[in-house]
Design a protein around this ligand. Structure first.
Ligand SMILES: C[S@@+](CC[C@H](N)C(=O)[O-])C[C@H]1O[C@@H](n2cnc3c(N)ncnc32)[C@H](O)[C@@H]1O
Length: 243
């Protein structure tokens, strides 16, 4: 939930400093699975870098954007990327991978502890022995913008698209409710307004480490950014292996 109506605008606002990190690991391992692949923003870069990459997602609209982007690529790149519609809490693919990754805090889309463990179990099942599971996660923050706030303005094909955000944290239930509003202006007239609502879980660091332990992963590294710097904020990059 949260991407159906606005999938076409995801990449417009999707710039993040994560691609070289996930791609570098992909090149080391040669084959990869991305969980919550979305528009293939990251997966496509791995495929272009000779990595055979599979991606799963449960949002058809996001996968459709991905398919359109992939169809514009050379045949060799198209051949290296496979997309599957599947739930991250319950998937069964026909093969295993030496490297599985989740960018953009995708694990937080698993709302309950049971969902989180099911997702980790599926990843464990699809990871080769000794394989790497890498992901990033926004931990619960100190403050959230609870007022509707304009966070981005972009131009696309002569239109101006404005993105507004409003958060409602529920610390009792460890949930973060978010409303995103996309406003499209054509010649300065508001021509489209998309309201997208979503809920993700707020997972604390100690809780995450317990979940990984329970799912039989061995945590090798915890970083604070994609340059492998020390963790100093509420952002975490995790590298865990299947022993
Ligand atoms: C923040 S987006 C990240 C997309 C892509 N990985 C990226 O980094 O650009 C999270 C993605 O997870 C997908 N997703 C959310 N819940 C899911 C679930 N239960 N099963 C599979 N995919 C899910 C969404 O559809 C969305 O494409």
């Amino acid at each position: 939930m949260g991407y159906e109506k606005s999938a076409q605008y995801y990449d417009l606002f999707g710039e993040k400093p994560d691609i070289s990190y996930y791609k570098h690991l992909g090149k080391q391992y040669g084959a990869a699975l991305e969980v919550g692949v979305g528009t293939a923003r990251v997966a496509l870069e791995l495929a272009k870098a000779q990595v055979e990459v599979w991606g799963i997602d449960n949002c058809e609209q996001m996968l459709e954007v991905a398919r359109q982007k992939i169809s514009l690529q050379p045949a060799a790149v198209q051949k290296r990327i496979s997309l599957v519609t599947a739930e991250m809490t319950d998937f069964e693919l026909s093969r295993t991978f030496p490297y599985i990754y989740i960018p953009s805090s995708g694990l937080s889309h698993c709302i309950t502890t049971e969902d989180q463990l099911n997702c980790l179990k599926c990843i464990h099942n699809h990871l080769e022995k000794g394989g790497l599971f890498a992901f990033d996660l926004m931990l619960p923050g100190q403050s959230y913008s609870t007022a509707l706030t304009l966070i981005d303005t972009k131009e696309v094909e002569g239109d101006v698209v404005r993105r507004w955000i409003c958060h409602r944290p529920d610390f009792t239930n460890q949930l973060l409710h978010t409303t995103l509003i996309f406003e499209v202006y054509t010649q300065q007239e508001l021509t489209k307004r998309i309201v997208e609502s979503s809920t993700v879980s707020l997972i604390y660091k100690r809780e995450l480490l317990l979940l990984l332990d329970k799912a039989n992963f061995t945590v090798q590294h915890l970083y604070g950014d994609f340059s492998r710097g020390e963790q100093t904020t509420d952002f975490l990059v995790v590298e865990a292996v299947k022993p």
